[in-house]
Design a protein. Structure first.
Length: 270
């Protein structure tokens, strides 16, 4: 049974959720390029494939890196053009942002992209109008709705497994676990760092026994071996840095323990 590995390709500056997206072009390309090249080598080593949700402004600034990802057999998809929460955008602003990113990425790789993930999992019950826009942009799947709820995102009523949305495409939520009547993400980003690896592994094994795949996700900056402290709020610092020293080892163990495919492959899309 293969699971799904997804990477949100963005800069460390895009983690400033309390101030939303940074100014255009104000992110450090080295903090994207270096960990991504390391990650690509690691995926080659384990013969693992992944889906890379790439910000349009990052793709625009680093087209050769996008081509490198694509040339290695990974899937390239959209993370929007700028790292704005969708629920802060008007419908036409969202459409423009999504189409802009889609066109940039497709021009770089010379192929249609099929999927989208909103910054911050930011499609909630307050902006479900976004689903019709995603469909109208010609996409076949979305991974933007989290059934785990916190101060930044989430929808309590959301499905916890992949399903076909009434808008006419697949909706792929992050893998979640119910702990003490609370739904939490179990295989990605902060949560992969915060939770003990044995819990993630045992839960993914359980999912796989039910013939379902788990959705893992990460960000390039999580592979960097130093802590970010400047220019971030206390809450941002906590989320960015908590148990960061454990992340590299947990990712390595996951690549040893599981096989990984792209979302396109998992959904059997052409």
């Amino acid at each position: 049974m293969k699971n799904v590995l997804t990477i949100d390709v963005e800069g460390i500056e895009h983690s400033r959720f309390e101030r939303c997206a940074p100014r255009v072009g104000s992110f450090n390309l080295d903090l994207i390029d270096k960990p991504l090249v390391e990650l690509l080598n690691l995926l080659d080593r384990f013969d693992a494939k992944a889906t890379f949700f790439i910000l349009g402004e990052v793709a625009e600034s680093m087209p050769e890196l996008v081509r490198l990802i694509y040339s290695k057999g990974h899937e390239v998809a959209s993370h929007g053009y700028r790292h704005h929460p969708v629920y802060l955008l008007k419908p036409e602003e969202f459409r423009e942002d999504l189409l802009r990113s889609k066109e940039i990425i497709e021009d770089i790789i010379g192929e249609r992209i099929l999927g989208y993930r909103a910054p911050y999992w930011s499609i909630t019950d307050k902006n479900l109008w976004a689903m019709d826009i995603i469909k109208s942009c010609g996409l076949l799947y979305d991974s933007s709705i989290s059934p785990a709820v916190n101060f930044l995102y989430g929808m309590k009523s959301a499905e916890r497994i992949t399903y076909f949305h009434s808008a006419g495409f697949w909706e792929v939520p992050p893998t979640t676990l119910r702990i003490l009547n609370k739904v939490v993400i179990v295989a990605g980003g902060f949560y992969l760092r915060a939770l003990p690896y044995w819990l993630t592994k045992n839960y993914v094994d359980l999912i796989n026994k039910k013939k379902r795949y788990a959705i893992f996700y990460l960000h390039p900056h999580e592979l960097l071996n130093y802590y970010f402290k400047e220019k971030f709020s206390l809450r941002e610092n906590f989320i960015l840095n908590y148990k960061k020293h454990t992340f590299r080892n947990k990712l390595f163990r996951a690549l040893e323990d599981f096989k990984f495919q792209t979302l396109r492959e998992a959904l059997a899309l052409k």
